[in-house]
Write a protein that binds this ligand. Structure first.
Ligand code: NAD
Length: 437
């Protein structure tokens, strides 16, 4: 049975607090107790039901959530997930991790997350648009460019963000009186938009690129060379594809990958772009054995998606859903580094097993923070009107990822603990300081 992801998150927080208390006096301990009491639950849970007219004329009711975990550091910020398994505990966990992720990078943003219980693969394009617009109508009262700023997550993308932005601007345009600057500011309510809809260059690739920067910095600190490394990726979606692309550029050989329908093993190392093109054409990753400039059936093999997690590789990259590395399968992992591009892929029990086996886990709240970092630039661009080009975005992203990685590494070394605990301590210290002001 899937472990409750929110309880996993709370357990991570409690472990970090225990480490912090070691060096604290009584008054600091009391202060931490107060902060933890606030951070143990979300500030607001918005639970919505909304109607959508389907293509056959029948009206269906959909369930959705927007959870605003904490806004001490700034407006709530976090993606919207479309998935049949979305529930309140999952969205709560994801909004919790957003709170700590934004604090690790030092962004002026709090944590939030949204979700709709829907399998988008069963919807037509019109139905998908109507679900996206219906969800925005249901949550419009609680979001806004200075209140709560959603973004894409699993099964949502720039097209969906475009529909959502359009719907939100329509709802609020009564108050903008045709003022174009005001409309542009309202567009800042959503990030991850296409450039023509007010998005920013480089947002789509930001999570993968940020993960590659973090990985490069950690590997340098570990004294290892990425050029001699192999990787396996679970989840070849937005994040999985881009991280494959940037790691391949760095010299890493991605020898296995999976999606929800199947998995491939390509010993020579995949060509990430051709593999994506093949996946889009076929509608699945299975059979896409793309090496160099060709996709050729003799180059690879199909395998069970579960096998990806136990592959003989240097780097295991979960880039799909939470809780996939747990106490039953952690012993089977054969990688020496786990680069957590998904949110919450490792349960606390698996973390303990990895620590005991000397496996380095690069934690989600650091590894995948590139997405929200560039989202924050997009938001700034919308509210200030000042444009940023791709070169500037990537330069700033690199600086932000390097600074966050150094801070996490230093804190982990100081407390002689894991990088996850290092990241939580960096975040908790920033949150505690902000609570005290
Ligand atoms: P996506 O919808 O683009 O891709 C998800 C991929 O995972 C798809 O290819 C899907 O087929 C695959 N998948 C689903 N279940 C699977 C399974 N059981 N085994 C193997 N593959 C499976 O979503 P995404 O935006 O790439 O998000 C992936 C992860 O990264 C999520 O955990 C998300 O929260 C996290 N994340 C995303 C962003 C972002 O900017 N999109 C930022 C930070 C974190």
């Amino acid at each position: 049975m899937k472990q409750n992801p929110f309880l996993s998150g709370l357990s991570q927080l409690e472990q970090a607090a225990v480490l912090m208390r070691e060096a604290m006096d009584e008054s600091q301990n009391k202060r931490l107790d107060e902060v933890l009491a606030i951070l143990h639950a979300p500030q607001r849970i918005v639970d919505v039901r909304f109607p959508v007219r389907m293509d056959d004329g029948i009206m269906r009711i959909f369930d959705g959530f927007r959870i605003q975990y904490n806004n001490t550091l700034g407006p709530y910020k976090g993606g919207i997930r479309f998935h049949p398994d979305v529930d309140e505990e999952e969205v709560k966990a994801l909004s919790f991790w957003m709170t700590f992720k934004n604090a690790v990078v030092g962004l002026p943003l709090g944590g939030g997350k949204g979700g709709v219980v829907v399998d988008p693969k069963t919807l037509s394009q019109t139905e998908l648009e109507n679900v996206s617009r219906g969800y925005v109508r249901a949550i419009a009262a609680v979001i806004g460019p200075h209140v709560d700023i959603p973004a894409p997550d699993v099964n949502t993308n720039s097209t969906i963000m475009g529909w959502m932005t359009d719907e939100y601007v329509k709802i609020k345009s009564m108050t903008s009186h045709g003022d174009s600057k005001q409309v542009e500011r309202l567009r800042g309510t959503f990030t991850g938009k296409a450039v023509q809809d007010g998005g920013i260059e480089g947002r789509e690739s930001a999570t993968g690129l940020g993960g590659a920067y973090v990985f490069e910095q950690i590997v340098r600190k570990l004294g290892k060379d990425p050029q001699s490394m192999t990787a396996a990726i679970q989840g070849y979606g937005n994040v999985g594809y881009y991280v494959a692309k940037y790691l391949t550029d760095m010299g890493v050989k991605v020898i296995a990958a999976s999606d929800s329908k199947g998995a491939i093993v390509v010993p020579e190392g995949i060509n990430p772009d051709l593999t994506l093109q093949c996946k889009v054409e076929k509608g699945k990753l299975a059979g896409c054995y793309c090496v160099g400039s060709v996709c050729d059936i003799d180059r690879g093999d199909e395998t069970d998606p579960e096998n990806i997690l136990a592959m003989e590789v240097d780097i295991l990259i979960p880039a799909a859903l939470e809780g996939v590395l747990h106490k039953e399968n952690a012993k089977d992992v054969n990688a020496s580094i786990v680069l957590e591009m998904a949110n919450g892929p490792t349960t606390p029990e698996a973390d303990e097993i990895f620590a005991g086996r000397g496996i380095t886990v690069i934690p989600d709240i650091l590894a995948n923070s590139g997405g929200v970092t560039v989202s924050s630039y997009e938001w700034e661009q919308n509210v200030s009107g000042k444009k940023m080009d791709r070169q500037m975005v990537e330069m700033k992203l690199k600086e932000a990822m390097m600074a966050a990685t150094d801070a996490v590494w230093e804190k982990a070394s100081q407390h002689e603990t894991s990088l996850r605990m290092g990241a939580f301590i960096v975040a908790l210290e920033r949150l505690t300081q902000a609570f005290s002001q």
